[in-house]
Design a protein around this ligand. Structure first.
Ligand code: UD1
Length: 382
C-alpha cells in the first residue's frame, strides 16, 4: 500500500509526524509532500528537525499569496506529483489552504487513480464562515472518503450534515501523540531561564488569526489588554510573521514594549513554555487542545471555537466578545484562579497518544477495495 501524506503549514507538521512514523514499515510506502505554504526555518524546517521527520519527498515551494493564488498554486503543483505517485490513499490534515487544495486535486483524479482521500481532524465546525479555515474544513470533509474525527462532537457535526456513518471513523487527537511523546524532552529545556521568566509565573500569548490581527482596532485592543496583564506578570509573546507585519503597518509597536516579544519558537521550546505557563492567551486551535492536555488554563481570544470540547472537558475558556481590554483582563483573572490541573486529567476520549495507530488501522483495513461509497442521501460528495 502506498500513502501520500500532505503537510503545508506549521500546525500540520506535528499532526503528520506520528502518522508517518506509524505508517513506516516494509509493506507500507509513505510519500511526504510539503506544499511550502510555510517556508521560514522557524515556521517549517525547525519542526522537521525537532520531530525527527524525514525530509519531504516532494517540496512544492508555493509560498505566501492571497487565498486564491496560494490555493491555486498548491493545486497546480500538486496535480503532477499525485499523477506520478499514484497512491492508494491521500492523507490531508487540519484546515489550512494546502489541506483543501490537495483534497480538491485528489477528488478530481480519484476515479482515474483509484485512490481514497482521508481527512485527519475531520468534523470540527466553528460555524463562522468568515474564517478561511471553516471553508477549508467543510469542503475538505465533503471531498474525503474517510473522515477521521478527533472527538465525538465532530462525528455528530458530520452526521448532522448528512454524511454517511461508514465514512466516519473515531481517531482521537493525533497532535496529542506528538505532545505526549515530546513532553519529557521539552521539560529538560531551560527556555524560561533564557527568556528571564519563572516557571508557573508568566502568561504566554500567541496571536495570528486575520480577524484579530488584520484590523487596527481589534489588534490594538488585544495588545493594550496584554500590556495591562503585563503589569501583573511577565507576558511572553512569540510573534507570528503575519502579526509582526500588521503591528508595524498599524503603528502599534509601542504596545509591545511591556511584553517579552520573541521570534516564533520551535516545537520543543514552545511546548516547554506552554507547559510552564500560569496561563495561555491564544487564538490558535492547536494551543486550545495542547493546554487542555497539559492542564494549563487557557483564554481563547475568539468569538467561538470549533473545539468546544476544550471548554467543556478541558481548561479552556472564551474571552467575552467583542474583545475589549477589561473583558480580556477578567478572563485572565478567572483563568489564573482556576489553577493548573494534572497532565492528562482533563483529556477528552482518544487524546491519549494512540491516535496515529487508530488512523493507520483504518487506512489499512479500508484500502484499497473497501473505500466507502461516496453517495449519501442529498449529499453527494462528488
Ligand atoms: C495559516 C493557516 C492558519 C493556521 C496558521 C498557522 C490558512 C488559511 N491559514 O495562517 O489556519 O492557523 O497558518 O500559522 O491556511 N509568512 C512568513 N513566513 C512563513 C509563512 C508565512 O513570513 O513561513 C508570512 C507571510 O507574510 C504571509 C503571512 O505570514 O503572507 C501569512 O501566512 P499564511 O500561510 O498565508 O497564513 P497564516 O496566517 O500563517
Amino acid at each position: 500500500m502506498r500513502t501520500l501524506v500532505v503537510a503545508g503549514a506549521r500546525p500540520n507538521f506535528m499532526k503528520v509526524a506520528p502518522i508517518i512514523a506509524c505508517l513506516g514499515g516494509s509493506e507500507h510506502e509513505v510519500v511526504l509532500v510539503h506544499t511550502g505554504q510555510h517556508y521560514d526555518d522557524l515556521m517549517s524546517d525547525t519542526f522537521f528537525r525537532d520531530l525527527g521527520m524525514p525530509a519531504p519527498d516532494h517540496y512544492l515551494g508555493v509560498g505566501s499569496a492571497s487565498h486564491a493564488a496560494q490555493t491555486a498554486r498548491v493545486m497546480e503543483s500538486f496535480e503532477p506529483v499525485l499523477l506520478s505517485v499514484r497512491p492508494d490513499w491521500v492523507v490531508v490534515v487540519g484546515d489550512v489552504n494546502s489541506t483543501l487544495a490537495c483534497a480538491l486535486v485528489a477528488a478530481k483524479l480519484r476515479e482515474e487513480l483509484g485512490c481514497g482521500i482521508a481527512h485527519v481532524e475531520a468534523g470540527l465546525r466553528s460555524r463562522d464562515w468568515r474564517m478561511p479555515e471553516e471553508v477549508n474544513r467543510v469542503l475538505t470533509d465533503r471531498l474525503s472518503n474517510l473522515l477521521l474525527v478527533p472527538s465525538r462532537d465532530a462525528s455528530a457535526n458530520l452526521r448532522a450534515e448528512g454524511i454517511e456513518e461508514e465514512r466516519i471513523a473515531f481517531a482521537g487527537n493525533v497532535m496529542v501523540d506528538t505532545l505526549l511523546a515530546q513532553l519529557p524532552r521539552a521539560r529538560t529545556l531551560d527556555t524560561q531561564e533564557r527568556l528571564g521568566v519563572t516557571r508557573g509565573a508568566y502568561a504566554l500569548v500567541t496571536l495570528h488569526r486575520p480577524s484579530n490581527v488584520d484590523e487596527p482596532h481589534s489588534l490594538g485592543s488585544i495588545l493594550e489588554a496584554l500590556a495591562e496583564v503585563a503589569k501583573e506578570m511577565p507576558v511572553v509573546f512569540p510573534v507570528h510573521p503575519r502579526t509582526r507585519m500588521r503591528t508595524v503597518e498599524f503603528g502599534l509597536q509601542w504596545a509591545l514594549e511591556r511584553l517579552v516579544t520573541i521570534e516564533p519558537l520551535g516545537y520543543h521550546e514552545m511546548l516547554c513554555m506552554t507547559d510552564g505557563a500560569a496561563t495561555v492567551l491564544t487564538d490558535s486551535g492547536g494551543l486550545q487542545e495542547e493546554t487542555t492536555v497539559l492542564g494549563v488554563p487557557c483564554v481563547t481570544l475568539r468569538e467561538q471555537t470549533e473545539r468546544p470540547i476544550t471548554v467543556q472537558a478541558g481548561t479552556n475558556r472564551l474571552a467575552p466578545w467583542p474583545l475589549e481590554v477589561e473583558g480580556i483582563r477578567s478572563a485572565v483573572r478567572a483563568a489564573l484562579q482556576s489553577g493548573r490541573q494534572a497532565v492528562g486529567s482533563c483529556a477528552p476520549e482518544g487524546w491519549d497518544g494512540r491516535a496515529a495507530h487508530r488512523i493507520v488501522r483504518e487506512l489499512r483495513s479500508r484500502t484499497p477495495v473497501r473505500v466507502a461509497p461516496l453517495v449519501a442521501q442529498g449529499f453527494d460528495s462528488r
